[in-house]
Design a protein around this ligand. Structure first.
Ligand SMILES: Cc1cc2nc3c(=O)[nH]c(=O)nc-3n(C[C@H](O)[C@H](O)[C@H](O)COP(=O)(O)O)c2cc1C
Length: 350
């Protein structure tokens, strides 16, 4: 097997995990790629035109390889439009919160008018070195076309079963993401609640079933975690929360500061902020939503109800109103600059 780094044309087997929903930045991805790792940009929420602009900016900011990430499934079943019933169910969860904050309920907006396939067109045209994806497997035709155009594909597995499905479909690399990770649980074969294998157990299980590069993600924030991942058979590590905390990311400042407080030690998995299961720091707002007798709406409808609360949090610099995405390794974070985090990790590789 060709070494992971030579296959990608990078110096170090360190990937900055992509962040969707606006938290990625060109500055962060370019800093990591320029330091010899693989920078990533989470683009699932961007229109094809916005994606083209980001990729153009990335190409200006770095001559090194980078990764663009998309979500294969962009809507849960039945959530491609907001019905009156959804609107009422959303208000049952959020009505009292809106009233307390003096903010308006969201309008019944039409769904996005672009598809995953249209986003993939941009990938095929602009040819980033790597196209990574979560929440499923793209059609065989898409994977073939990426291969033909020299774009390496990286699929994401939360279980050994998902890794086998990605391997069988012919993706080039597999990200094995344990349940310690920050962000969404991108399971696609079974409900995320039934796919919570931790990184320590998942990485060797994925190693056992494939000869392709395995990328360990979840709970890695410093040298000890990185070394452990290599011991388990990983070819590379993907680090999210520790890069989110760096000043180059697009993380709202109150969220970033929260990652450096003792409260970052308490995280929980919840569907209440977006409709899909994700790991967040525990907050009174999340408790309040969890205690609502009305269930969370499917993705992305739940997210549209949380949106005005989040916007108010950003506007007032109030982290108690933000979805504080964080992985379980958050208390291990020390660096505020991506270059410093990269230097520390690289120092342990020789
Ligand atoms: C705020 C946030 C957003 C994320 N969004 C995405 C995404 O859109 N696509 C994806 O593949 N991974 C996403 N991830 C996962 C990260 O890329 C990475 O795999 C994960 O954070 C690794 O675990 P760690 O946080 O313990 O380091 C996200 C993680 C966070 C913290």
């Amino acid at each position: 097997m060709i070494a992971f780094t030579s296959q990608l044309g990078i110096e170090h087997p360190i990937i900055q995990g992509p962040f969707g929903g606006g938290l990625s930045s060109v500055k962060l991805a370019a800093a990591v790629s320029n330091a010899g790792g693989l920078g990533s940009f989470g683009a699932h929420h961007l229109t094809p035109t916005q994606m083209r602009e980001v990729i153009r900016d990335l190409k200006t900011a770095t001559a090194k390889p980078f990764n663009i990430n998309l979500w294969v499934s962009r809507y849960d079943p039945g959530a491609d439009e907001m019905t009156a019933a959804h609107h009422e169910a959303g208000l049952r969860q959020f009505g009292a919160i809106y009233e307390r904050l003096g903010i308006e309920a969201p309008p019944m907006e039409p769904p996005d008018d672009f598809s995953f396939e249209q986003q993939v067109e941009v990938i095929l045209d602009s040819r980033p070195a790597v196209f990574s994806f979560v929440f499923g497997i793209p059609d065989a035709e898409i994977l073939r076309e990426c291969n033909r155009r020299g774009v390496l594909t990286a699929g994401t597995a939360t279980t050994q079963e998902e890794a086998a499905a990605l391997d069988e479909a012919g993706v080039d690399m597999i990200v094995a993401t344990g349940s310690e990770a920050g962000g969404h649980r991108p399971s696609f074969l079974r409900p995320a609640e039934q796919s919570l294998t931790g990184t320590l157990a998942l990485v060797p299980q994925v190693r056992n079933i494939t000869r392709k590069p395995v990328i360990a993600a979840g709970g890695i924030a410093e040298i000890r975690g990185m070394r452990a991942a290599f011991q388990l058979g990983a070819d590379a590590v993907q680090i999210g929360t520790a890069f989110l905390a760096c000043e180059e990311s697009n993380c709202p400042p109150p969220h970033r500061e929260a990652l450096f407080t003792p409260s970052a030690a308490r995280t929980q998995l919840s569907r209440r902020f977006t409709g899909r299961l994700a790991r967040f720091m525990s907050t009174a707002l999340l408790d309040e939503l969890e205690n609502s007798p009305s269930p969370a709406l499917p993705f992305p409808l739940q997210a549209s109800f949380n949106h005005p609360v989040k916007t108010s949090g950003v506007r007032h610099g109030d982290c108690s109103l933000l979805p504080l995405y964080a992985g379980q390794a958050a208390p291990l974070i020390r660096h505020r600059k991506a270059s410093e985090l990269m230097s520390e990790l690289i120092s342990a590789l020789s």
